[in-house]
Design a protein around this ligand. Structure first.
Ligand SMILES: *[C@@H]1O[C@H](CO)[C@@H](O)[C@H](O)[C@H]1NC(C)=O
Ligand SMILES: *[C@@H]1O[C@H](CO)[C@@H](O)[C@H](O)[C@H]1NC(C)=O
Length: 196
Protein backbone atom coordinates (compact mmCIF):
# COMPACT_ATOMS: atom_id res chain seq x y z
CA UNK A 1 0.00 0.00 0.00
CA UNK A 2 2.88 2.34 0.70
CA UNK A 3 3.99 2.65 -2.89
CA UNK A 4 0.48 3.30 -4.19
CA UNK A 5 -0.02 5.86 -1.44
CA UNK A 6 3.01 7.69 -2.78
CA UNK A 7 1.65 7.60 -6.30
CA UNK A 8 -1.27 9.78 -5.37
CA UNK A 9 0.85 12.20 -3.44
CA UNK A 10 3.19 12.42 -6.36
CA UNK A 11 0.22 13.21 -8.60
CA UNK A 12 -1.01 15.80 -6.12
CA UNK A 13 2.37 17.49 -6.04
CA UNK A 14 2.58 17.65 -9.80
CA UNK A 15 -0.89 19.10 -10.02
CA UNK A 16 -0.29 21.68 -7.31
CA UNK A 17 3.05 22.58 -8.82
CA UNK A 18 1.37 23.27 -12.16
CA UNK A 19 -1.36 25.23 -10.43
CA UNK A 20 1.01 27.29 -8.29
CA UNK A 21 3.47 27.92 -11.09
CA UNK A 22 0.90 29.71 -13.26
CA UNK A 23 -1.32 31.77 -11.01
CA UNK A 24 -2.32 34.12 -13.81
CA UNK A 25 -3.46 31.26 -16.03
CA UNK A 26 -5.62 29.77 -13.33
CA UNK A 27 -6.80 32.62 -11.17
CA UNK A 28 -9.17 31.28 -8.53
CA UNK A 29 -12.80 32.18 -9.01
CA UNK A 30 -13.69 35.14 -6.87
CA UNK A 31 -16.00 34.17 -4.06
CA UNK A 32 -17.47 36.55 -1.59
CA UNK A 33 -16.48 35.39 1.84
CA UNK A 34 -18.39 36.49 4.88
CA UNK A 35 -16.55 37.40 8.02
CA UNK A 36 -16.78 34.89 10.76
CA UNK A 37 -19.22 35.91 13.51
CA UNK A 38 -16.70 34.82 16.07
CA UNK A 39 -13.72 32.47 15.94
CA UNK A 40 -15.28 30.57 18.82
CA UNK A 41 -18.14 29.49 16.59
CA UNK A 42 -15.82 28.26 13.84
CA UNK A 43 -13.96 25.06 13.21
CA UNK A 44 -10.18 25.26 13.28
CA UNK A 45 -9.21 25.75 9.62
CA UNK A 46 -5.85 24.08 10.25
CA UNK A 47 -7.78 20.85 10.86
CA UNK A 48 -9.36 20.95 7.40
CA UNK A 49 -8.15 18.37 4.91
CA UNK A 50 -8.43 18.05 1.13
CA UNK A 51 -11.59 16.65 -0.40
CA UNK A 52 -10.17 15.02 -3.52
CA UNK A 53 -12.05 14.65 -6.78
CA UNK A 54 -11.63 11.81 -9.22
CA UNK A 55 -13.66 11.09 -12.30
CA UNK A 56 -14.49 8.21 -14.52
CA UNK A 57 -15.28 9.78 -17.88
CA UNK A 58 -18.75 8.92 -19.05
CA UNK A 59 -19.61 7.50 -15.66
CA UNK A 60 -19.36 9.70 -12.61
CA UNK A 61 -17.28 11.80 -10.27
CA UNK A 62 -16.21 10.78 -6.80
CA UNK A 63 -15.25 13.04 -3.90
CA UNK A 64 -13.33 11.65 -0.96
CA UNK A 65 -10.89 12.70 1.74
CA UNK A 66 -9.56 9.14 1.83
CA UNK A 67 -6.30 8.52 0.00
CA UNK A 68 -6.95 4.81 0.52
CA UNK A 69 -10.24 5.06 -1.41
CA UNK A 70 -8.56 7.24 -4.01
CA UNK A 71 -5.85 4.67 -4.59
CA UNK A 72 -8.47 1.99 -5.18
CA UNK A 73 -10.44 4.23 -7.54
CA UNK A 74 -7.53 5.14 -9.78
CA UNK A 75 -6.72 1.49 -10.45
CA UNK A 76 -8.50 -1.19 -12.41
CA UNK A 77 -11.26 -2.13 -12.49
CA UNK A 78 -12.36 1.43 -11.62
CA UNK A 79 -9.69 3.34 -13.49
CA UNK A 80 -10.74 6.84 -12.38
CA UNK A 81 -8.68 9.91 -13.19
CA UNK A 82 -7.35 11.83 -10.23
CA UNK A 83 -8.41 15.44 -10.81
CA UNK A 84 -7.09 17.21 -7.72
CA UNK A 85 -8.53 18.95 -4.69
CA UNK A 86 -12.14 20.10 -4.93
CA UNK A 87 -12.32 21.76 -1.52
CA UNK A 88 -11.17 21.47 2.06
CA UNK A 89 -13.44 19.93 4.68
CA UNK A 90 -13.18 18.79 8.28
CA UNK A 91 -12.52 15.09 8.93
CA UNK A 92 -14.46 15.22 12.20
CA UNK A 93 -17.28 17.44 13.36
CA UNK A 94 -16.10 20.86 14.49
CA UNK A 95 -17.96 23.90 15.78
CA UNK A 96 -20.82 24.99 13.50
CA UNK A 97 -20.21 22.18 10.98
CA UNK A 98 -22.64 19.52 9.82
CA UNK A 99 -22.13 16.13 8.16
CA UNK A 100 -21.79 16.03 4.40
CA UNK A 101 -23.52 12.73 3.72
CA UNK A 102 -22.38 10.54 0.84
CA UNK A 103 -24.69 8.06 -0.82
CA UNK A 104 -24.10 6.23 -4.06
CA UNK A 105 -26.20 4.56 -6.70
CA UNK A 106 -24.46 1.53 -8.16
CA UNK A 107 -27.17 1.07 -10.78
CA UNK A 108 -27.07 4.51 -12.39
CA UNK A 109 -23.50 5.02 -11.12
CA UNK A 110 -23.81 8.27 -9.24
CA UNK A 111 -22.42 9.79 -6.07
CA UNK A 112 -24.70 12.18 -4.26
CA UNK A 113 -23.53 14.40 -1.40
CA UNK A 114 -25.80 16.43 0.85
CA UNK A 115 -25.97 18.07 4.26
CA UNK A 116 -29.69 17.28 4.38
CA UNK A 117 -30.65 14.09 6.19
CA UNK A 118 -34.04 14.35 4.47
CA UNK A 119 -32.50 14.50 1.00
CA UNK A 120 -30.21 11.60 1.93
CA UNK A 121 -33.16 9.52 3.13
CA UNK A 122 -35.10 10.26 -0.06
CA UNK A 123 -32.08 9.12 -2.06
CA UNK A 124 -31.78 5.97 0.08
CA UNK A 125 -35.43 5.22 -0.71
CA UNK A 126 -34.82 5.63 -4.43
CA UNK A 127 -31.96 3.24 -5.08
CA UNK A 128 -28.99 4.87 -3.38
CA UNK A 129 -27.01 3.21 -0.58
CA UNK A 130 -24.71 4.70 2.01
CA UNK A 131 -21.17 5.03 0.70
CA UNK A 132 -18.53 3.14 2.66
CA UNK A 133 -17.59 6.17 4.74
CA UNK A 134 -21.26 7.36 5.04
CA UNK A 135 -20.05 10.91 5.73
CA UNK A 136 -17.63 12.52 3.29
CA UNK A 137 -16.59 15.17 5.79
CA UNK A 138 -18.00 18.05 7.82
CA UNK A 139 -18.82 21.41 6.29
CA UNK A 140 -20.65 24.61 7.16
CA UNK A 141 -24.40 24.84 6.52
CA UNK A 142 -24.15 28.60 5.86
CA UNK A 143 -21.46 30.97 4.65
CA UNK A 144 -19.57 31.58 7.86
CA UNK A 145 -15.98 31.28 9.00
CA UNK A 146 -14.43 32.22 5.65
CA UNK A 147 -16.20 29.39 3.83
CA UNK A 148 -17.20 29.44 0.16
CA UNK A 149 -20.20 27.91 -1.64
CA UNK A 150 -19.87 24.34 -2.87
CA UNK A 151 -22.18 24.51 -5.88
CA UNK A 152 -24.13 21.42 -6.84
CA UNK A 153 -25.19 20.39 -10.33
CA UNK A 154 -26.94 17.37 -11.72
CA UNK A 155 -26.96 15.87 -15.19
CA UNK A 156 -30.06 13.82 -15.87
CA UNK A 157 -28.50 12.39 -19.03
CA UNK A 158 -25.39 11.20 -17.24
CA UNK A 159 -27.14 10.63 -13.87
CA UNK A 160 -24.23 12.46 -12.34
CA UNK A 161 -23.86 14.91 -9.49
CA UNK A 162 -21.05 17.42 -9.63
CA UNK A 163 -19.83 19.84 -6.97
CA UNK A 164 -17.45 22.75 -7.35
CA UNK A 165 -16.29 25.91 -5.60
CA UNK A 166 -15.42 27.33 -9.02
CA UNK A 167 -18.24 29.75 -9.90
CA UNK A 168 -16.97 30.08 -13.46
CA UNK A 169 -17.11 26.33 -13.98
CA UNK A 170 -20.52 26.17 -12.31
CA UNK A 171 -21.95 28.91 -14.54
CA UNK A 172 -20.39 27.37 -17.65
CA UNK A 173 -21.95 24.01 -16.89
CA UNK A 174 -25.33 25.63 -16.27
CA UNK A 175 -25.05 27.59 -19.51
CA UNK A 176 -24.26 24.40 -21.44
CA UNK A 177 -27.80 23.22 -20.80
CA UNK A 178 -26.48 19.78 -19.86
CA UNK A 179 -26.69 20.40 -16.14
CA UNK A 180 -29.44 21.46 -13.79
CA UNK A 181 -28.87 23.60 -10.75
CA UNK A 182 -28.96 21.77 -7.45
CA UNK A 183 -28.11 24.91 -5.51
CA UNK A 184 -25.42 25.26 -2.90
CA UNK A 185 -24.67 21.90 -1.28
CA UNK A 186 -22.93 23.55 1.66
CA UNK A 187 -19.97 25.78 2.45
CA UNK A 188 -16.41 24.53 2.35
CA UNK A 189 -12.96 25.99 2.75
CA UNK A 190 -10.90 27.10 -0.20
CA UNK A 191 -7.45 26.97 1.32
CA UNK A 192 -4.63 28.26 -0.81
CA UNK A 193 -2.61 25.18 -1.79
CA UNK A 194 0.39 27.40 -2.61
CA UNK A 195 0.61 28.97 0.84
CA UNK A 196 2.99 27.24 3.16
C1 LIG B 1 -12.60 27.48 -13.02
O1 LIG B 1 -13.30 26.87 -14.09
C2 LIG B 1 -12.96 27.39 -15.36
C3 LIG B 1 -13.91 26.79 -16.38
O2 LIG B 1 -13.92 25.41 -16.29
C4 LIG B 1 -11.49 27.12 -15.62
O3 LIG B 1 -11.12 27.65 -16.87
C5 LIG B 1 -10.65 27.73 -14.52
O4 LIG B 1 -9.30 27.36 -14.71
C6 LIG B 1 -11.12 27.24 -13.17
N1 LIG B 1 -10.40 27.95 -12.10
C7 LIG B 1 -9.74 27.30 -11.17
C8 LIG B 1 -9.08 28.14 -10.13
O5 LIG B 1 -9.66 26.08 -11.13
C1 LIG C 1 -27.10 5.29 6.24
O1 LIG C 1 -26.36 6.16 7.08
C2 LIG C 1 -27.15 6.88 8.00
C3 LIG C 1 -26.23 7.78 8.83
O2 LIG C 1 -25.52 8.64 8.03
C4 LIG C 1 -27.91 5.95 8.91
O3 LIG C 1 -28.77 6.70 9.73
C5 LIG C 1 -28.73 4.97 8.08
O4 LIG C 1 -29.31 4.02 8.94
C6 LIG C 1 -27.84 4.27 7.08
N1 LIG C 1 -28.68 3.43 6.24
C7 LIG C 1 -28.35 2.19 5.94
C8 LIG C 1 -29.30 1.45 5.07
O5 LIG C 1 -27.31 1.66 6.34
Amino acid sequence: MKSSFNVVFFATSVLLLAFCASPSASAPAQSTTVASPSPLTCGDPTDAIPLYIADSPGQTVYYTTSTTDLNILVKLPYDYNFLGIAAHVFPTQELSTVPFFHVQNDGTIDNFYTTSATARDLALESGYVNASNTIAGYIYPSQICGSVPFYGLYSTAATEHFYTINATDYNAKLASGMWTDEGIAGYVLDLDPCAD
